[in-house]
Write a new protein. Structure first.
Length: 284
């Protein structure tokens, strides 16, 4: 397979060294203004900070200390301060050369390690008889144990399946049944219809005082008989306004009991439409 021809040197952009051969027999280093470049320019300058990659392996000083201790199987309750401090300072020297702001937090912990080591070299303070001298490493051990517990808890939480990362919510379209289903009657609409019945009853109320014992079960039977053999009955037709408010109240309670026992159904074609009642077991 023949190599592709390279445009003549006369067609090269002005200011570019004429370093391209007439026939390309090796891979070009780059392309400049569409032309292949086979040799780097002599005056090419690459800044020292043009590309810098920094991988932050630790989340903080405690994370680094815990790594050094666990890696060498040191007893966290009896930390060899000299070895750990030496390794810790070696890591701080590396990151201080590249990122001084990040090293500041690590330098603070380094000062704390050196202080603990110096306190361990001093004679212990005198304590009361029967008491043990305070270990200078106690506070550091406590912080390391708490950090390790929180790190393990965060790791367990990260393993819990999360929506959008490990799973997605399934969306399934279910075709509705062909049999029409009337909307359920809202409580507000039922209250409005009941207030309208009461207003109509006040127009024909009597001033006769009498004592009448009314049975909810009896009026439940009356409502069922009125609905027998009829497909739909308007809500207001089931109330006899001429018998007064007590009868209306008992009739309303009887209808509520029948609806609770799923013996009747209350339906409404749309909002603000008349409410209809029918037997629950009657054919649609």
């Amino acid at each position: 397979m023949s190599s592709p021809e390279v445009p003549s040197l006369d067609e090269a952009p002005p200011g570019i060294d004429q370093v391209m051969p007439s026939v390309v027999d090796h891979v070009a280093l780059a392309r400049l203004y569409g032309e292949p470049l086979f040799k780097l320019p002599q005056d090419l300058y690459i800044p020292p900070d043009a590309l810098q990659v920094f991988l932050e392996a630790f989340e903080g000083p405690l994370d680094l200390l815990l790594y050094l201790i666990r890696k060498q199987n040191f007893n966290i309750l009896d930390i060899p301060m000299a070895a750990v401090t030496r390794q810790y300072l070696a890591y701080v020297d590396e990151i201080r050369a590249g990122n001084l702001e990040l090293a500041a937090e690590y330098l603070l912990m380094a000062a704390m390690l050196i202080e603990i080591k110096s306190r361990m070299l001093l004679p212990p303070k005198k304590v009361a008889e029967g008491e043990e001298a305070e270990d200078p490493r106690a506070e550091l051990v406590r912080r390391l144990l708490e950090y390790e517990q929180m790190k393990l808890a965060a790791h367990r939480l990260a393993e819990v399946p999360q929506y959008g990362r490990d799973f997605l919510r399934a969306a399934v379209y279910v075709e509705q049944a062909l049999v029409p289903r009337f909307p359920d009657v809202h409580v507000v609409d039922l209250q409005s219809a009941w207030r309208d019945i009461l207003r109509r009853a006040k127009l024909v109320q009597h001033h006769r005082i009498s004592r009448e014992e009314l049975s909810v079960r009896e009026h439940m039977s009356i409502v069922l008989r009125q609905l027998q053999g009829r497909r739909f009955v308007e809500f207001g037709e089931l109330f006899d306004v001429s018998r007064g408010t007590p009868v209306l109240v008992v009739t309303f309670i009887a209808m509520l009991e029948l609806a609770k026992e799923t013996l009747i159904e209350l339906t409404q074609a749309e909002a603000f439409a008349p409410i209809y009642v029918r037997l629950a077991y009657s054919p649609s």
